[in-house]
Design a protein around this ligand. Structure first.
Ligand SMILES: Nc1nc2c(ncn2[C@H]2C[C@H](O)[C@@H](COP(=O)(O)O)O2)c(=O)[nH]1
Ligand SMILES: [Mn+2]
Length: 205
């Protein structure tokens, strides 16, 4: 098969791979890996910080999980060692980028390698976008399910990971909205239980 066609079919595979973290938490119709990378790329597009190489962070966001088209989306709960996860993903990226012409092959592989090894400020920012996108998605699933707070583990596991001011700013808005929703859900539940108590006849002793 033509190499470019094979490359594009591997990219297409990402549309059909659900994000493992949501699958393990029984989220209905979980997003795919490409859904996740798309919004990350949009987050990168909106970065205003002129010290950041914006083109590079958009490209890095687009390729950072490309290896998952072959190795799948390995989550912390899978207990795959960092070394083994790196070995699998490196092997996959060598194959995937190997389908491209030399210049493009080098570019795609090096973008992935830079992100994987976190060797630049751009890579560190893309990692923050990766985790910001995940907690934003967790918040949206809590809203869709009407269960604010249910996916707290995603917020707990990423605490202290956010440093870029624009990332911190969006996260602040997200956490404020989430806190309001958790508070109002708690209030509604309290009101409901009061109502239930007032309508439940007490048994006379
Ligand atoms: N249940 C949890 N899953 C998590 C957590 N942190 C990450 N993850 C999932 C999300 C993805 O499915 C996968 C890896 O994501 P990458 O974008 O890094 O490939 O792991 C967590 O705290 N809990
Ligand atoms: Mn990712």
């Amino acid at each position: 098969m033509d190499n470019m066609l094979q490359f594009m079919k591997l990219v297409g595979q990402l549309k059909r791979i659900p994000r493992t973290g949501w699958v393990y938490r029984n989220v209905k119709q979980p997003e795919s890996v490409s859904d996740h990378m798309y919004r990350m790329s949009m987050m990168a597009l909106t970065i205003q910080d002129v010290s950041v190489n914006k083109e590079r962070i958009i490209k890095m966001a687009l390729v950072h999980d490309l290896a998952e088209s072959i190795v799948g989306d390995i989550a912390p709960a899978d207990n795959v060692s960092k070394e083994e996860k790196h070995r699998r993903e490196k092997e996959a990226m060598e194959h995937i980028s190997g389908l491209l012409e030399d210049g493009l092959r080098k570019e795609v592989y090096e973008l992935w390698e830079e992100y994987e090894n976190q060797t630049s400020s751009e890579a560190k920012l893309v990692k923050q976008l990766d985790q910001l996108e995940m907690v934003l998605q967790a918040h949206e699933y809590e809203e869709l399910e009407g269960k604010p707070g249910r996916l707290q583990e995603f917020f707990t596991s990423t605490e202290g990971r956010f440093h870029h001011p624009e990332v911190v700013g969006l996260l602040k808005s997200l956490n404020e909205e989430r806190a309001r929703h958790i508070a109002s859900k708690g209030q509604n539940d309290a009101e409901k239980s009061t109502e239930t108590k007032s309508h439940t006849p007490t048994t006379s002793s």
